[in-house]
Design a protein around this ligand. Structure first.
Ligand code: SF4
Ligand code: SF4
Length: 256
């Protein structure tokens, strides 16, 4: 009998990019497959085995009544459930519908809107079922994903930083883009990407979502002082992680 922990990977409303981060672990994939039994991973294999599962990785947000029911079944089948990516942890870019009338979107986007059945909102997995750990990013960082899986295998808490992108910039020796006049969300965004965008001399646009204690109001004041218009401040906060409470509220404070 196979004694390895059983891993399942699930997709809800998403682009598949975070699941692909697991397949991107080319050098580590064979070791991973030795350490865990990949029991359900529809993106990677048509051999899909039933639960229960020791660890479920869940990508995507809840946008349909069917998915709201499906995630409850995934939770029932899973000992540990980890959400991966901005869609699963904050509703994703598709949560922009939460600020508008979804029926208006449907009538504009689809040629036959009468066939579309959807909820009015896109919400994170944690709004529907208990979640054991949330891994941020759009997409997630594969090194962080391996850390989460390793921590699960070792029975310890994942070592994932909750400080801001600014710390990573300092470590890389980047010249701060804000002091050069470029608006940047790095001071309020959770680390994990290695300060990718400031490293290319552009501002962070917040794809890892809010850090643990984000002072979004202070950053918005600084952006205003740099001449950024209220509607552009709102747009900056309302992207991939628009429904994360800190970004949602700061964006709404700049409605015009
Ligand atoms: S978080 Fe980003 S990369 Fe991941 S599934 Fe959602 S849209 Fe795709
Ligand atoms: S710098 Fe910001 S926007 Fe760029 S990858 Fe990192 S978290 Fe995402």
């Amino acid at each position: 009998m196979d004694s390895r922990p059983r891993l399942a990977v699930w997709k809800f409303a998403s682009c598949d990019g975070c699941q692909l981060s697991l397949l991107d672990c080319e050098d580590e994939l064979l070791s991973l497959a030795e350490a865990v039994e990949i029991a359900y991973f529809a993106e990677a294999s048509s051999a899909m085995e039933g639960g229960p599962y020791d660890l479920s990785l869940v990508e995507g947000s809840i946008t349909t009544a069917h998915d709201a029911e499906r995630i409850r079944e995934v939770r029932r089948q899973s000992k540990f459930l980890v959400t991966i990516g901005a869609c699963a942890t904050a509703g994703g870019i598709q949560a922009l519908r939460n600020f508008a009338d979804v029926n208006e979107y449907i009538s504009v986007v689809y040629a036959s809107p009468q066939y579309i059945e959807t909820l009015a909102t896109s919400t994170p997995i944690a709004a529907h079922v208990p979640v054991d750990f949330e891994l941020r990013g759009c997409p997630i960082n594969k090194v962080q994903l391996l850390e989460v899986i390793s921590a699960f295998l070792a029975g310890r808490k994942p070592s994932i930083p909750t400080y801001s992108v600014c710390i990573e910039c300092k470590r890389r020796g980047n010249l701060c883009v804000m002091v050069q006049g470029t608006p940047c969300l790095g001071p309020v965004t959770q680390a994990g990407c290695g300060a990718l965008c400031p490293g290319c001399r552009r501002g962070c646009y917040g794809c890892y979502g809010p850090m643990e204690t984000p002072d979004t109001a202070m950053l918005a004041r600084q952006w205003s002082a740099m001449g950024v218009a209220p509607r552009d401040i709102r747009r900056a906060f309302h992207t991939f992680n628009a429904w994360a409470p800190a970004f949602r509220e700061e964006g709404e404070a700049h409605d015009d």
